[in-house]
Design a binder for this molecule. Structure first.
Ligand SMILES: Nc1ncnc2c1ncn2[C@@H]1O[C@H](COP(=O)(O)OP(=O)(O)O)[C@@H](O)[C@H]1O
Ligand SMILES: [Mg+2]
Length: 264
């Protein structure tokens, strides 16, 4: 459904940040894009969503094709209309507006009032906590609720492909789990494809079917998540200590520190 072919992105006319990224998301698929801070994950999503302009970024070469159609020359609104929606890093909720107003903004590209109403119902069924707070200003939501609102707002555009930029960041494990359970349901029930960017490799590899690992603007490894989880380098650098090692030996701690260094 989505094909990113060998794209190169430059910021401020000089810094080459993506050095030929290629990736594919199949219809209804769940794909993870992993990598340390600064690898270029957010830039990849911005290049697909056509929001590089606002960042002084430029797609220098390569192509982005969605459902057989090149989309790298379209504007950001057209991308949303085609069915690609980005849940940005840091949520970007309009916190002076109410929950309902934020959700309505998610449907800004649509005219079909009746269906928008139906989708609002659908979205509130996925996120019942938002229904209770529909008329409250979003600033009063917790971090987890804001992340739910960001996902819910994205759903209001009826995406065929939802791109999520580090949805787990800063959230307690229990909340992360419930958000990912809802994402899995959305994927299953609505057929929405998901392109997930995460620093939490363990979480992402469990959630997705196929994964890409980025370093320094390049894809260094890709494959089915089951295989990536067994890959020695992935284990060492991205998954770190094994879950069995509840009792930490000195070696484990050293290992852990090394992993922390990689991820920071
Ligand atoms: N708006 C920008 N202007 C200039 N450089 C940027 C901009 N955004 C990101 N970068 C740089 O591009 C590289 C990749 O960043 P990013 O795509 O945010 O990586 P990631 O999401 O994997 O952490 C980093 O070196 C970062 O400093
Ligand atoms: Mg990022």
């Amino acid at each position: 459904m989505l094909e990113v072919n060998n794209i190169e992105v430059v910021y401020n006319d000089v810094i080459l940040v993506l050095k030929g990224i290629s990736l594919t998301v199949p219809r209804g698929g769940v794909v993870a894009l992993l990598g340390a801070n600064g690898a270029g994950k957010t830039t990849t999503l911005r290049a697909i969503a056509q929001i590089l302009d606002s960042q002084n970024g430029d797609l220098e070469s390569g192509s982005v094709v969605f459902e057989g159609r090149p989309i790298h020359n379209l504007d950001a609104d057209a991308i949303v209309r085609l069915g690609i929606s980005l849940v940005p890093e840091g949520r970007r909720i309009l916190d002076e507006l109410t929950v309902l107003e934020n959700l309505e903004i998610g449907a800004f590209t649509r005219q079909d009032r009746e269906n928008i109403k139906k989708d609002l119902e659908l979205v509130l069924n996925y996120f019942p906590v938002l229904r209770q707070r529909l008329h409250q200003r979003s600033i009063f939501l917790s971090g987890g609720e804001q992340q739910m609102l960001a996902v819910a707002r994205s759903l209001m555009s009826r995406p065929k492909l939802m791109m999520l930029d580090e949805p787990s960041l800063g959230l307690a494990p229990l909340l992360v789990r419930s958000i990912f359970e809802i994402l899995a349901r959305i994927n299953r029930e609505q057929g929405t494809a998901i392109l997930l960017v995460e620093q939490n490799a363990r979480l992402a590899l469990r959630f997705a079917k196929y994964g890409y690992i980025m370093e320094n603007g390049k894809i260094v490894l890709d494959g089915p998540c089951k295989e990536l989880m067994e890959n020695p380098d992935v284990k060492e650098f991205y998954l770190g200590v094994t879950e069995e090692s509840a009792v930490k030996s000195y070696a484990d701690v050293k290992h852990y520190k090394r992993r922390k260094r990689w991820l920071s």
